[in-house]
Write a protein that binds this ligand. Sequence first.
Ligand SMILES: *Cc1c(COP(=O)(O)O)cnc(C)c1O
Length: 389
Amino acid sequence: MSAKPASIAKVNGPACRPEVAQLAPYNAGLSTEAVRSRYGATTITKLGSNENPYGPAPAVATALQELVKQVALYPEADQKLKAALAARLHEPASCILLGNGSEQIIRMIAEAYINPGDRVVTVVPSFGLHIITAEAMGGKVEAVPMTPACTFDLPALMKAVSTPLKVLIFANPSNPVGCMMKADDMRALFAACPPDCLIVVDEAYYEYARFDAAYPDARTILREQERPWLVLRTFSKAYGLAGLRIGYAIGSDPAIIDSLGRIRDPFNTNIAAQLAALGALEGLEHMDHSTGRTVEAREKLRGEMEGMGLTVAPSYGNFLFFRTERPSGDIAEALLHHGVIVKPWKEAGYTHWLRVSVGLPDENARFLAALQAVLHPAPATDTVGECVK
Ligand SMILES: *Cc1c(COP(=O)(O)O)cnc(C)c1O
């Protein structure tokens, strides 16, 4: 990662592996409680983590009523959830793996596949864990920058995969940029990869991107080419279950799922997450409704931000990536004083960019008002106060 890693404090004890000591810390952002106590804001507008402001389907609450009866036993509903996903995705259950969040699956991929020195190709700006997990295993990550127009740089990516590599991993649509790789580009990029390279497409925002007819079906394209692949999805975003930690992978082959299964923590997904995910799959109208509303609100917000003169990348996710003339950390800090949490970007080349999640209409309005106040503070008006009345 590009941000300078804060060094790890020395302890009287064993040194951690050098790969770990050199890692950049994950940039997780501030909690609602931290902003409340540190900035004294009463209304907190939390738009830093791409969560779903509509929450989970009502069926999730019903499913969780069973929870207390089951918590004494090790979780057993994983087979049920895999079967439900298999039916919905038209895949065999043997090609599905559950994770304690898809984050855990990203880590499992690195642990199962990356030897020290192995090349991994991804993009920048990126979802940090695509880089950190590979580096933790001693992988050498090449992160290909997006184009100045905030799209995937296909020629540069094709060049990067022409040197032997172990894993190609990227999110489609991209987090944080929001751009989408279309079918033809995907086809060309995969065809340029060596046949034994593992291709990982992280579709965390699939449910938002699917509204666009051009959003490609990565699984079909990967199958055409008989590639080894994994597609990652999550219940954290569209299904509103970020707090319970549950995601999944679909694999090209049961053997790949089996390889990840060997390093899986036994019972890696908990019973609450399994029951909630089963409930969420019963409540698909709610998910359709919340993702649809969010996509509409995203376009409205994008228009309003562009109206303020900002550069905003086109997005197929539930967030917008935008640039201001000031360092992103300063803008994010100023917004915190208004109780608004967004994510300032820190990777080299993108330090003037921020990512804002699309919230409920009133949250988006509070964000816009705060951003307006931060970017264009009203001139000092010492004398006006008394005259106006
Ligand atoms: C949010 C996100 C995830 C993490 O999902 P969890 O299932 O909550 O771990 C994975 N990949 C990308 C690109 C994301 O934005």
